[in-house]
Write a protein that binds this ligand. Structure first.
Ligand SMILES: C[S@@+](CC[C@H](N)C(=O)[O-])C[C@H]1O[C@@H](n2cnc3c(N)ncnc32)[C@H](O)[C@@H]1O
Length: 403
């Protein structure tokens, strides 16, 4: 048995369990939940089915959660926060499920059992508008200090995928060894994070931390090494289908294809279809990255692989295993059998090396600090009460809108 005890955590909105793939060293998932039966089946094929609980998070009771977890992870639905979802916000049906999660944390907190570390992951849209302040208030109401990191997966895998990670730690802990003085020292705090921080009132700003996280130095895997010549689950388009896609391109995009033809060897690009005022358009990129994998319910179309070699252009949909590679999943990870389900699961998931990096450099060191006894809270009691009442009324509003 290892001398260091494994750190238990809850995986809310667990999907197919990609957080669990990333948290291999030192962590042990003690409880996971999702309400999608198809994802549940894939989760259970890859992980311990005993910890998985299928069902609506709004139905979960605090007593269902095994005691002793050090972290609660919540990748709550992003549809109402993304541009594709019209930014309906956190009072809307899907992204509002955050409030069901928060009510559980609040109940655990009242019982003295709230995990000392909470991680919330979502799209960059989470940073915009009044919802962000509401979310920070909800964390302060749990007696937590917090900060956001905006991490683009393109530093880890050849996929452009910016995601926000809000890391919240018990306000009683001294975390100064894991923070920077301000945003200028933090490579993961661009102007969107700084604007979100500035939008908070001074009492919430006092609880803000600029978490310290280094930038990876290793080069990312070349995109060509991820693409199969003979993919499983998809077929290459006919010449007519490829010609049709090319016919949807603007002169600027066709020029990119022409430039790729001039390159020696093989060039791999990615194509998206977009609906513009003048009809369907196809846009292509050859910058060594795929666009962000998204779920079709997010309103975006799937990605098409474009391979240009010896002056010839071939196209086809991205294969499920290629999508898994773009998410940094190991080859042995079992994917859903149906193409749409696999694509959906990947579009919803976390990029594994991003979470592993965050864990190694911030979460595990934080968790080790948070498991030692604390002194008094840094948030005044009157502030905490006010934050709690505000978050409570948001949670009630969302629940009332559901019934
Ligand atoms: C952004 S995805 C998280 C994916 C996950 N982190 C992974 O790596 O696969 C959000 C998940 O929340 C689940 N979900 C949405 N509403 C829910 C609810 N009311 N109760 C439980 N799960 C829900 C969805 O099925 C989806 O899998």
């Amino acid at each position: 048995m290892s001398a260091v005890q494994a750190l238990g955590y809850y995986d809310f909105f667990a999907g197919v369990g990609m957080v669990e793939v990333a948290l291999t060293t030192g962590w042990h998932c003690v409880w996971a939940n999702d309400f999608d039966p198809k994802k549940a089946a894939v989760y259970c094929a890859n992980h311990d089915p005993k910890v998985f609980h299928l069902g609506d998070v709004a139905e979960v009771q605090a007593e269902d959660l095994p005691p002793g977890a050090v972290m609660a992870w919540a990748s709550f639905p992003c549809q109402d926060l993304s541009l594709a979802g019209w930014r309906r916000g956190m009072a809307a049906d899907r992204s509002g499920t955050f409030w069901a999660f928060w009510r559980l944390m609040r109940e655990l907190h009242a019982k003295g059992r709230r995990p000392p570390l909470i991680v919330i992951e979502n799209v960059a849209g989470l940073l915009y508008g009044p919802d962000f302040g509401g979310l920070c208030e909800a964390l302060a109401a749990l007696d937590m200090q917090f900060g956001a990191l905006l991490i683009d997966a393109e530093r880890f895998v050849p996929q452009s995928r910016p995601r926000v990670f809000i890391v919240a730690a018990d306000a009683r802990a001294d975390v100064s060894a894991l923070t920077e003085r301000d945003h200028e020292d933090s490579p993961w705090s661009d102007k969107r994070v700084v604007a979100a921080y500035k939008s908070l009132g001074s009492r919430l700003q006092e609880q803000w931390r600029w978490w310290r996280l280094p930038v990876p130095k290793s080069p990312i895997r070349p995109i060509e090494s991820l693409i199969f010549d003979e993919p499983i689950g998809v077929s290459w388009h006919s010449e007519a289908e490829t010609a049709h896609l090319l016919s949807l391109m603007s002169p600027t995009n066709l020029a990119k294809i022409e430039r790729a033809k001039q390159q020696p060897g093989q060039s791999v690009g990615f194509l998206y279809r977009r609906t513009r005022v003048d009809g369907q358009r196809a846009e292509v990129r050859f910058d060594g990255l795929s666009g962000c994998l998204r779920t079709s319910t997010g309103g975006s179309s799937r990605q098409t692989v474009v391979v240009v070699e010896d002056g010839a252009v071939r196209t086809r949909l991205l294969a499920p295993r290629e999508a898994a590679r773009l998410m940094g999943l190991p080859e042995g990870f079992r994917l859903p059998d149906r193409y749409n389900d696999a694509y959906h699961a990947m579009g919803d998931g976390v990029v594994v090396p991003v979470v592993s990096w965050l864990d190694k450099h911030l979460l595990t060191p934080l968790a080790r600090k948070l498991t030692i006894p604390y002194s008094a809270s840094l948030i005044p009691l009157s502030d905490r009460r006010q934050f709690r009442d505000a978050a409570d009324s948001r949670a009630r509003l969302w629940l009332a809108s559901k019934s």
